[in-house]
Ligand binder design. Structure first.
Ligand code: SDX
Length: 378
């Protein structure tokens, strides 16, 4: 059956036409977040993301997402999350240099896969702690350095930076990482969250759901984009080279990392939330103001060229562009950016998994067969 015949078949059967990439398909009801692509608004459990970023700690955002889905969640998750980081660190002994030198997401995923499945709050907190503990360990062991054990008394963000560097972070640096983790903690039914919900819908368990989300996040069309943003900025080098470099990239058919979005038809509200966090860091840095000004020049050129290149498709800055600048300013290597994205998004994956278990059914869409007609085996 050809696709044309299939479409006629679907129309006759009054079934919805196939939506490539499920674009425009509503697959769940959620109380967790609302992504308004037309207005460029993101609301997380009733709060605009720009009101949470820079004010709430990541522990507060995780509690906001967990509220109602884990009945025994304490009002302040910080102590329990600190204890969970210590528990997660027990798995780091399994990390050897060979594994640490793999792609950082793959190495972190291998450690995370050692955690047992479960559906309770201790399992969820261990899964929130895991990327935060495993990523610093992977980065240090890959350099031949010993992992640094967590300090449960610190905030989640401050401890991540301390475990990564081996020295305490400043309050401004911890606040900047908190702003990032909160900004990316949840975002509707993006690919990785949808993957987590599909696995949760089979009742496989929270660890399995998080592993599915992490694997989907790894792709450059999704959470794998911020690292390549740094590569793009470094390849462009100077503001004068922005337009020629970007035009050559588009002429090759490349996607400009950090731009475009399946839902947003205007600027992603998280871009400015993160730019604000970068500006705050820049006030205490000598190099960052220049790097920020250069990135803004590249962004301006990219938006102009994308408008010329795709006049019918609004392509604006997404969350990844200023993510790259912020994480670079915190001294995190581009190879770790997707792992750090997972550190923030994991609370969203877990809350969506619980929401799917609470009211959803097994997620099982259909497909239309366009292969060869049934025939007798030779
Ligand atoms: C995230 O869904 C979410 O919520 C994701 C996320 C979250 O918080 O979970 O917001 C996080 O994943 C942000 C996106 C990070 N990825 C990138 O920055 C990679 C670059 N962006 C693109 O690959 C793209 O914009 C996507 C993947 C993000 C969205 O792609 P769509 O919705 O599938 O759109 P499409 O691929 O159908 O593109 C439509 C047209 C195409 O032109 P034609 O092939 O029709 O001629 O727009 C073009 C594309 O070529 N286009 C781009 C572009 N993005 C789309 N052209 C150049 N550069 C780009 N960035």
């Amino acid at each position: 059956m050809t696709v044309k015949v299939a479409r006629r078949f679907l129309r006759r059967e009054r079934r919805p036409l196939i939506s490539d990439g499920l674009e425009g398909v509503i697959a769940a009801r959620t109380v967790l977040s609302d992504v308004d692509g037309a207005k460029g608004r993101l609301v997380i459990r009733g709060y605009a993301v720009e009101d949470l970023a820079g004010r709430a700690r990541y522990e507060d955002a995780a509690h906001l997402l967990f509220d109602g889905f884990f009945e025994d969640a304490p009002s302040d998750l910080a102590p329990a999350l600190g204890a969970a980081r210590v528990r997660a660190f027990g798995e780091v002994a399994a990390l050897d240099e060979g594994l640490a030198r793999r792609d950082a997401v793959e190495a972190m995923r291998a450690l995370l896969a050692r955690l047992p499945d479960g559906d309770d709050l201790p399992t969820a907190l261990l899964l929130v702690a895991a990327p935060a503990v495993f990523t610093p360990a992977v980065l240090r062991v890959a350099k031949g350095e010993s992992p640094v054990a967590p300090d449960p008394a610190l905030s989640h963000a401050a401890d991540v930076l301390r475990m990564t560097r081996g020295t305490p972070a400043t309050d401004a640096e911890a606040a900047a990482l908190d702003a990032y983790l909160v900004t990316v903690c949840d975002h509707g039914l993006n690919a990785s969250t949808f993957a987590a919900r599909v696995v949760a819908s089979t009742r496989a368990g929270l660890t399995s759901a998080v592993l599915a989300g992490l694997s989907a996040l790894k792709g450059p069309l999704h959470g794998g984009a911020p690292g390549p943003v740094i590569e793009m900025l470094d390849a462009i080098g100077t503001p004068a080279n922005a337009r020629p470099w970007l035009e050559r990239a588009l002429a090759r058919g490349d996607r400009l990392m950090g731009f475009g979005h399946r839902i947003y038809r205007v600027r992603d509200p998280r871009a400015d939330a993160l730019k604000t966090a970068v500006r705050k860091l820049a006030s205490a840095s000598s190099a960052l103001p220049g790097r920020l000004a250069f990135a803004e020049a590249v962004e301006t050129a990219a938006l102009q060229i994308l408008r010329e290149h795709k006049p019918d498709r609004p392509l604006d800055t997404n969350v990844e562009f200023y993510t790259a600048l912020l994480l670079e300013a915190l001294g995190l290597p581009p190879s770790s950016f997707t792992c750090v994205f997972a550190m923030g998004r994991v609370a969203g994956w877990l809350a969506h998994a619980r929401e799917q278990l609470a009211g959803g059914r097994l997620i099982r869409p259909q497909s239309v067969y366009v292969g060869p007609e049934a025939r007798a085996a030779a």
